[in-house]
Design a protein around this ligand. Structure first.
Ligand code: ADP
Ligand code: ASP
Ligand code: MG
Length: 405
């Protein structure tokens, strides 16, 4: 007998037929004698639709009310999944994030999990019940509903697996596993049999939404073993594994993130402390900044360019206005027609030439590189959004990823 956490994404529970199908899979696993916690997302499209409704009323709706609204998406699917299990004569109970004891900080729309009180679920599991938990949501100390950022049901599943000391966490989605690139964009992308925490983390934080990046970070920290599989078939998926020959694989996969915006801060006084002031203001506004480049100043002024999540670019602008007033100069421009293309692989630590191949491939396609950043196992470039998919295909081919075994 194992203790398993399963997570079913939005497409997997997209309509009544699919919910019934998922319930059958859940029951089959439970009938094998396992203890089972199931995290479900909202039906696919529901979260986006709710956001659109709010935006139709107000350009920047209150984040507290957004959490109140978005949490309803998952509340629908937990109840329907539990009802579908009852129809199969299985014992199941549904819990909201709050009922499941998921306590978060107060950062509405991107709350962080602080603690999980696993006792109620633990009791249910020992009593033989299947526990269905709403993904993506929690509760803060004041009893307010919070959400964990887009794609946050993955985080709910991984965090519950850690808190409940589950043997494994199975992420069921609409693709067979983690591929060398988004299979919807790169047709000859190949499924990876295994992946390391670090590679999955870099792919996820670079825009491969197959797993939310914070969930992978959490999995690494608490050593949660996860597997990404399809809910539509029984094919083997991608399992988190670190095998010895991994370093021979230089490039493991590529990712494209179209949800970033480029922020150009120009004409700020070129003096010690200016950059610190700019980034302090962004940090205080809880905005995640990536890919920072500073241009050497001329005539006593400097320029700073960086990327932020597109949904937060207006907040970045708001946060910077008072800084310019304080520094005695500066202006900000937002460019959202950009994409970040990243090449990821642990082998990059010990192999050279990845950057050269990447830049040559883009040059051959006439794609202009606007920003570059690197980590030990990743190289990212910012390019125009219109060329992003074609560039992803060219780069995938340049590294021979269609031949991945
Ligand atoms: P879910 O609703 O199950 O959470 P998501 O839509 O969040 O599913 O994530 C699955 C999607 O991620 C796939 O349909 C695929 O288009 C996309 N994706 C992006 N990059 C990759 C990748 N490297 N491997 C697999 N899928 C990827
Ligand atoms: N429903 C949420 C979203 O669309 C959470 C999730 O699906 O993981 O972002
Ligand atoms: Mg997802």
């Amino acid at each position: 007998m194992a203790r398993i956490v399963q997570k079913y994404g939005g497409t997997s529970v997209g309509d009544i037929e699919r919910i019934k199908r998922v319930a059958e899979r859940i029951k089959a696993t439970h009938d094998e004698g396992h203890e089972l916690v199931v995290v479900v997302s909202a039906r696919s499209g529901v979260t986006n639709e709710l956001i659109a409704r709010a935006k139709a009323i107000h350009e920047h709706p209150s984040e507290r009310e957004m959490d109140m609204l978005l949490a309803t998406g998952e509340q629908e699917t937990i109840a329907l999944t539990a009802i579908a299990l009852h129809a199969l004569q299985a014992r199941a109970v549904s819990y909201t994030g709050a009922q499941a004891g998921i306590f978060t900080d107060a950062a509405h729309t991107k709350a962080k999990i602080k603690t999980i009180n696993a006792q109620p679920i633990d009791r249910d599991l020992r009593a033989g019940r299947i526990v269905i938990v709403a993904g993506f949501q929690g509760i803060n100390e004041e009893g307010q509903i919070t959400t964990l950022g887009r794609g946050g049901s993955d985080l709910t599943a991984i965090a519950l697996a850690a808190a409940l000391q589950a043997d494994r966490c199975e992420i069921y989605t609409d693709v067979d596993g983690v591929y060398t690139a988004d299979p919807r964009v790169v047709k000859d992308a190949r499924k990876l049999a295994e992946i390391s925490y670090d590679e999955m983390l870099e792919l996820a934080s670079s825009g491969s939404k197959v797993m939310q990046s914070r969930s992978v970070e959490f999995a690494k920290k608490y050593q949660v073993v996860f597997e990404v599989r399809s809910s539509f078939n029984h094919n083997p998926g991608t399992i988190k594994e670190e095998v010895a020959y991994m370093e021979q694989v230089v490039v493991r996969g590529i990712a494209v993130d179209k949800d970033q915006a480029k922020v150009v801060v120009s004409n700020i006084p070129d003096k010690p402390g200016s950059a610190a002031r700019v980034f302090r203001a962004l940090a205080d506004a809880n905005i995640i900044v990536d890919m920072i480049v500073q241009n050497i100043g001329h005539h006593g002024v400097a320029n700073l360019t960086f990327t932020v999540p597109q949904t937060e670019s207006h907040l970045a602008k708001q946060a910077l206005e008072p800084v310019f007033a304080e520094l005695g100069g500066g202006e900000v421009a937002i460019h959202d027609q950009i994409a970040k293309l990243s090449v990821v692989g642990v082998g990059m630590k010990t192999h050279s030439g990845v950057a050269a191949t990447l830049f040559q491939t883009l040059a051959a396609d006439g794609v202009n590189i606007e920003l570059i950043s690197t980590s030990e196992i990743k190289i990212s470039v910012v390019i125009g959004i219109a060329r992003a998919d074609a560039a992803a295909r060219a780069v995938h081919a340049a590294f021979g990823l269609e031949k991945t075994a």
